[in-house]
Design a protein around this ligand. Sequence first.
Ligand code: ATP
Length: 233
Amino acid sequence: MLLVEGLRARYGRIEVLHGIDLAVNSGEIVTVIGANGAGKTTLLRCLSGVHPVAGGSVTFRGEGMAGVPAWRRVGRGLAQSPEGRQIFTNLTVEENLRLGAYLFADGRVEKDMEDAFQMFPILKEKRNLAAGGLSGGQQQMLAMARALMGRPSCLLLDEPSMGLAPIIVAQIFDVVKGLKALDVTVLLVEQNAYGALKIADRGYVMETGRITMEGPAAELIADPRIREAYLGI
Ligand code: ATP
Protein backbone atom coordinates (compact mmCIF):
# COMPACT_ATOMS: atom_id res chain seq x y z
CA MET A 1 0.00 0.00 0.00
CA LEU A 2 2.79 2.39 0.96
CA LEU A 3 6.31 2.09 -0.39
CA VAL A 4 9.16 4.36 0.68
CA GLU A 5 12.44 4.09 -1.22
CA GLY A 6 15.66 5.93 -0.44
CA LEU A 7 13.79 8.79 1.22
CA ARG A 8 15.90 11.78 2.19
CA ALA A 9 14.84 14.94 4.02
CA ARG A 10 16.57 18.07 5.24
CA TYR A 11 16.05 21.02 7.49
CA GLY A 12 17.96 23.79 5.73
CA ARG A 13 21.29 22.28 4.75
CA ILE A 14 21.20 19.59 7.41
CA GLU A 15 20.06 16.19 6.17
CA VAL A 16 18.06 14.32 8.85
CA LEU A 17 16.71 11.35 6.85
CA HIS A 18 19.50 9.57 5.00
CA GLY A 19 17.74 7.17 2.64
CA ILE A 20 14.81 5.44 4.34
CA ASP A 21 13.37 2.25 2.82
CA LEU A 22 10.17 0.84 4.21
CA ALA A 23 6.94 -0.77 3.09
CA VAL A 24 3.49 -1.06 4.59
CA ASN A 25 1.21 -3.73 3.17
CA SER A 26 -2.54 -3.43 3.07
CA GLY A 27 -4.13 -4.47 6.37
CA GLU A 28 -0.94 -4.28 8.41
CA ILE A 29 -0.03 -2.32 11.50
CA VAL A 30 3.59 -1.30 11.03
CA THR A 31 5.51 0.63 13.63
CA VAL A 32 8.64 2.75 13.44
CA ILE A 33 10.28 2.96 16.84
CA GLY A 34 13.21 5.12 17.78
CA ALA A 35 14.53 7.61 20.28
CA ASN A 36 13.71 11.27 20.48
CA GLY A 37 15.15 13.03 17.42
CA ALA A 38 15.67 9.90 15.32
CA GLY A 39 13.59 11.39 12.50
CA LYS A 40 10.26 9.63 12.93
CA THR A 41 8.11 12.74 12.78
CA THR A 42 10.00 14.06 9.77
CA LEU A 43 9.38 10.74 8.03
CA LEU A 44 5.62 10.96 8.60
CA ARG A 45 5.58 14.59 7.50
CA CYS A 46 7.29 13.62 4.25
CA LEU A 47 4.75 10.86 3.69
CA SER A 48 1.77 13.14 4.25
CA GLY A 49 3.32 15.83 2.06
CA VAL A 50 3.82 18.60 4.60
CA HIS A 51 7.63 18.39 4.54
CA PRO A 52 9.55 18.43 1.26
CA VAL A 53 11.36 15.30 0.14
CA ALA A 54 15.02 15.83 -0.76
CA GLY A 55 15.52 12.48 -2.46
CA GLY A 56 14.00 9.06 -3.02
CA SER A 57 10.34 8.32 -3.53
CA VAL A 58 7.00 7.67 -1.84
CA THR A 59 4.45 5.49 -3.61
CA PHE A 60 0.93 5.17 -2.24
CA ARG A 61 -1.44 2.58 -3.72
CA GLY A 62 0.75 2.37 -6.79
CA GLU A 63 0.91 6.10 -7.42
CA GLY A 64 4.03 8.25 -7.02
CA MET A 65 3.41 11.03 -4.50
CA ALA A 66 6.02 13.48 -5.84
CA GLY A 67 4.29 16.80 -6.43
CA VAL A 68 1.01 15.63 -4.88
CA PRO A 69 0.06 18.20 -2.20
CA ALA A 70 -0.93 17.10 1.30
CA TRP A 71 -4.64 17.79 0.88
CA ARG A 72 -4.79 15.64 -2.25
CA ARG A 73 -3.06 12.79 -0.40
CA VAL A 74 -5.86 12.91 2.17
CA GLY A 75 -8.34 12.58 -0.68
CA ARG A 76 -6.46 9.53 -1.93
CA GLY A 77 -6.77 7.86 1.46
CA LEU A 78 -3.58 8.84 3.29
CA ALA A 79 -4.34 10.71 6.52
CA GLN A 80 -2.12 11.82 9.38
CA SER A 81 -2.80 12.18 13.07
CA PRO A 82 0.04 14.58 13.83
CA GLU A 83 2.54 14.87 16.66
CA GLY A 84 1.18 17.03 19.45
CA ARG A 85 -2.39 16.34 18.25
CA GLN A 86 -2.83 19.80 16.67
CA ILE A 87 -6.49 19.99 17.39
CA PHE A 88 -8.36 23.27 16.98
CA THR A 89 -8.74 24.23 20.62
CA ASN A 90 -11.27 27.02 20.08
CA LEU A 91 -13.59 24.81 18.08
CA THR A 92 -15.91 22.23 19.56
CA VAL A 93 -15.22 18.52 19.43
CA GLU A 94 -17.85 18.12 16.73
CA GLU A 95 -16.42 20.98 14.66
CA ASN A 96 -12.97 19.37 14.83
CA LEU A 97 -14.46 16.12 13.55
CA ARG A 98 -16.28 17.89 10.73
CA LEU A 99 -13.01 19.47 9.62
CA GLY A 100 -11.60 15.97 9.24
CA ALA A 101 -14.40 15.32 6.74
CA TYR A 102 -13.98 18.59 4.84
CA LEU A 103 -13.53 16.75 1.54
CA PHE A 104 -16.95 15.17 1.77
CA ALA A 105 -20.42 16.64 1.54
CA ASP A 106 -22.40 13.42 1.55
CA GLY A 107 -24.73 11.80 4.05
CA ARG A 108 -22.01 9.44 5.21
CA VAL A 109 -20.38 12.18 7.28
CA GLU A 110 -23.07 11.84 9.96
CA LYS A 111 -22.62 8.10 10.04
CA ASP A 112 -18.84 8.47 10.22
CA MET A 113 -19.32 10.80 13.18
CA GLU A 114 -21.52 8.23 14.93
CA ASP A 115 -18.82 5.60 14.26
CA ALA A 116 -16.22 7.93 15.79
CA PHE A 117 -18.44 8.41 18.85
CA GLN A 118 -18.84 4.67 19.15
CA MET A 119 -15.08 4.27 19.07
CA PHE A 120 -14.58 7.08 21.59
CA PRO A 121 -17.79 7.54 23.64
CA ILE A 122 -16.26 10.36 25.69
CA LEU A 123 -16.13 12.48 22.53
CA LYS A 124 -19.89 12.14 22.17
CA GLU A 125 -20.38 13.37 25.73
CA LYS A 126 -18.19 16.38 24.97
CA ARG A 127 -19.24 16.99 21.38
CA ASN A 128 -20.46 20.56 21.98
CA LEU A 129 -17.59 21.62 24.23
CA ALA A 130 -14.43 23.46 23.17
CA ALA A 131 -11.77 20.91 22.30
CA GLY A 132 -9.19 22.90 24.29
CA GLY A 133 -10.94 21.79 27.50
CA LEU A 134 -10.32 18.10 26.84
CA SER A 135 -7.68 16.13 28.73
CA GLY A 136 -4.54 15.05 26.86
CA GLY A 137 -5.92 11.57 26.30
CA GLN A 138 -9.23 12.91 25.03
CA GLN A 139 -7.40 15.28 22.68
CA GLN A 140 -5.44 12.33 21.32
CA MET A 141 -8.70 10.46 20.74
CA LEU A 142 -10.06 13.52 18.94
CA ALA A 143 -6.95 13.78 16.74
CA MET A 144 -7.31 10.15 15.72
CA ALA A 145 -11.07 10.42 15.20
CA ARG A 146 -10.60 13.56 13.11
CA ALA A 147 -8.10 11.75 10.87
CA LEU A 148 -10.50 8.83 10.52
CA MET A 149 -13.26 11.22 9.39
CA GLY A 150 -11.19 11.60 6.22
CA ARG A 151 -11.93 7.91 5.48
CA PRO A 152 -8.30 6.92 5.13
CA SER A 153 -7.19 3.55 3.87
CA CYS A 154 -3.85 4.27 5.57
CA LEU A 155 -3.47 6.20 8.80
CA LEU A 156 -0.14 7.80 9.76
CA LEU A 157 -0.12 7.99 13.52
CA ASP A 158 2.53 10.09 15.25
CA GLU A 159 3.22 9.17 18.87
CA PRO A 160 -0.32 8.74 20.14
CA SER A 161 0.98 7.68 23.57
CA MET A 162 3.01 10.83 24.17
CA GLY A 163 2.53 12.27 27.65
CA LEU A 164 -0.42 10.05 28.57
CA ALA A 165 -1.04 7.91 31.65
CA PRO A 166 -0.48 4.17 31.13
CA ILE A 167 -4.17 3.31 31.40
CA ILE A 168 -5.04 5.81 28.65
CA VAL A 169 -2.13 4.57 26.52
CA ALA A 170 -3.54 1.06 26.78
CA GLN A 171 -6.95 2.32 25.63
CA ILE A 172 -5.45 4.19 22.68
CA PHE A 173 -3.37 1.20 21.58
CA ASP A 174 -6.48 -0.99 21.79
CA VAL A 175 -8.26 1.35 19.42
CA VAL A 176 -5.29 1.32 17.03
CA LYS A 177 -5.32 -2.46 17.04
CA GLY A 178 -9.05 -2.37 16.31
CA LEU A 179 -8.49 -0.31 13.15
CA LYS A 180 -7.50 -3.52 11.39
CA ALA A 181 -11.10 -4.71 11.60
CA LEU A 182 -12.13 -1.46 9.90
CA ASP A 183 -9.71 -2.07 7.01
CA VAL A 184 -7.51 0.83 7.99
CA THR A 185 -3.81 0.17 7.49
CA VAL A 186 -1.62 1.87 10.09
CA LEU A 187 1.89 3.28 10.15
CA LEU A 188 2.54 4.03 13.81
CA VAL A 189 5.53 6.05 14.95
CA GLU A 190 6.33 5.64 18.64
CA GLN A 191 8.88 6.12 21.38
CA ASN A 192 6.84 3.67 23.46
CA ALA A 193 8.52 0.73 21.75
CA TYR A 194 6.97 -2.02 23.83
CA GLY A 195 3.38 -0.81 23.46
CA ALA A 196 3.81 -0.25 19.73
CA LEU A 197 5.50 -3.58 19.01
CA LYS A 198 2.84 -5.41 21.02
CA ILE A 199 0.09 -4.31 18.62
CA ALA A 200 2.13 -4.19 15.40
CA ASP A 201 2.64 -6.87 12.76
CA ARG A 202 6.06 -5.58 11.77
CA GLY A 203 8.45 -2.97 12.99
CA TYR A 204 11.36 -0.81 11.93
CA VAL A 205 13.96 0.71 14.22
CA MET A 206 15.13 4.18 13.30
CA GLU A 207 18.36 5.71 14.59
CA THR A 208 19.59 9.16 13.54
CA GLY A 209 17.80 9.16 10.23
CA ARG A 210 18.47 5.56 9.22
CA ILE A 211 16.60 2.27 9.53
CA THR A 212 18.88 0.00 11.50
CA MET A 213 16.66 -3.03 12.08
CA GLU A 214 13.40 -4.39 10.77
CA GLY A 215 11.32 -7.51 11.14
CA PRO A 216 8.16 -9.08 12.52
CA ALA A 217 7.16 -7.26 15.72
CA ALA A 218 7.34 -10.46 17.78
CA GLU A 219 10.95 -11.01 16.66
CA LEU A 220 11.92 -7.43 17.47
CA ILE A 221 10.41 -7.69 20.97
CA ALA A 222 12.47 -10.82 21.56
CA ASP A 223 15.71 -9.39 20.16
CA PRO A 224 18.26 -8.76 22.93
CA ARG A 225 19.50 -5.53 21.29
CA ILE A 226 15.97 -4.11 21.20
CA ARG A 227 15.27 -5.30 24.72
CA GLU A 228 18.32 -3.54 26.02
CA ALA A 229 18.13 -0.33 24.00
CA TYR A 230 14.39 0.26 23.76
CA LEU A 231 12.54 -1.90 26.26
CA GLY A 232 14.77 -1.38 29.26
CA ILE A 233 14.86 -5.12 29.91
P1 ATP B 1 10.49 13.18 18.43
O1 ATP B 1 10.13 11.90 19.04
O2 ATP B 1 11.12 14.15 19.37
O3 ATP B 1 9.41 13.81 17.61
P2 ATP B 1 11.60 12.24 16.01
O4 ATP B 1 12.20 10.89 15.95
O5 ATP B 1 10.21 12.39 15.52
O6 ATP B 1 11.70 12.82 17.44
P3 ATP B 1 12.23 14.46 14.31
O7 ATP B 1 11.32 15.37 15.06
O8 ATP B 1 11.79 14.00 12.98
O9 ATP B 1 12.57 13.18 15.20
O10 ATP B 1 13.66 15.15 14.21
C1 ATP B 1 14.73 14.60 13.43
C2 ATP B 1 15.90 15.57 13.46
O11 ATP B 1 15.54 16.76 12.81
C3 ATP B 1 16.35 15.95 14.87
O12 ATP B 1 17.74 16.05 14.85
C4 ATP B 1 15.71 17.30 15.09
O13 ATP B 1 16.49 18.08 15.95
C5 ATP B 1 15.71 17.88 13.69
N1 ATP B 1 14.58 18.80 13.48
C6 ATP B 1 13.27 18.50 13.67
N2 ATP B 1 12.49 19.58 13.35
C7 ATP B 1 13.34 20.57 12.96
C8 ATP B 1 13.17 21.91 12.50
N3 ATP B 1 11.95 22.44 12.39
N4 ATP B 1 14.28 22.61 12.20
C9 ATP B 1 15.51 22.07 12.29
N5 ATP B 1 15.76 20.80 12.71
C10 ATP B 1 14.69 20.06 13.03
